[in-house]
Design a protein around this ligand. Structure first.
Ligand SMILES: *Cc1c(COP(=O)(O)O)cnc(C)c1O
Length: 221
């Protein structure tokens, strides 16, 4: 199937209001253009350099999402092009994003990344860390950053129950944060679900799925 057919197959199964981020890391710009021509506008990249390189080669109305671990020294590089930073995994990174957004006079939307998987390699706040940071006021007072939700990955396991449980915890944490701390309407997104687990994520209340392989095929490293 073509990239366009893959996209329509997925979008036809997504409940209304659930957004699709096409994860285009390691894929050439020609493939992104093909997705764009099929109507796709949200793209997710993992690496700062790759996003910055692809950005000028593609139409300006694409929304670029940073979904990979972001080092503080790469924030400046992506600030002119990024739409949503999904992978805020520390207060330090949040502060750097604020500083760099202020420096070029823009504001930027971000998601707080939660670590719920049983895998050390994945990054993010633990639920406890995130609630502590919120309670201590460390997630407030940023004039150039708007926190619009949370993001997470589940453990890479065939155990559907475990994956559902992890996604359920993310949704629960989002609901709690929304009720207690981020009561404004723009705090609206729960980004969870990839090629192999997005249906489980949607069942658990995802509002944004990030899909690469099922759209573009295997990555060309
Ligand atoms: C690569 C990646 C995805 C997409 O993975 P696929 O299995 O190719 O759909 C989603 N989220 C993050 C954070 C990723 O790094």
């Amino acid at each position: 199937m073509s990239i366009g057919e893959n996209i329509s197959k997925i979008t036809s199964q997504l409940p209304e209001g659930v957004k699709l981020v096409a994860v285009s890391k390691y894929h050439p710009v020609e493939k992104l253009q093909e997705a764009y021509d099929a109507g796709q506008r949200l793209f997710g990249e993992n690496h700062a350099q790759e996003m910055v390189k692809k950005h000028p080669q593609l139409p300006p109305d694409i929304e670029w999402h940073m979904i990979g671990h972001l080092q503080t020294n790469k924030v400046r590089m992506i600030m002119p092009v990024v739409t949503l930073i999904e992978s805020i995994d520390s207060v330090k990174l949040l502060k750097t994003v604020e500083k760099e957004a202020a420096r070029i006079g823009r504001s930027v939307d971000v998601l707080l990344q939660l670590h719920v998987a049983q895998e050390e390699t994945k990054s993010g706040f633990s639920i406890e860390e995130l609630l502590n940071a919120a309670t201590q006021g460390q997630l407030e007072g940023y004039d150039h950053v708007r926190i619009t939700g949370v993001m997470a990955m589940a453990t890479n396991t065939p155990d559907v129950k475990q994956v559902a449980h992890e996604f359920g915890m993310v949704r629960h944490t989002y609901d709690l944060l929304k009720k207690e701390f981020f009561t404004y309407p723009e705090f609206k997104d729960v980004s969870m679900g990839m090629s192999h687990d997005w249906k489980i994520a949607v069942d658990q209340g995802s509002t944004m799925v990030r899909i690469g392989t099922d759209i573009f095929g295997p990555r060309e490293y």
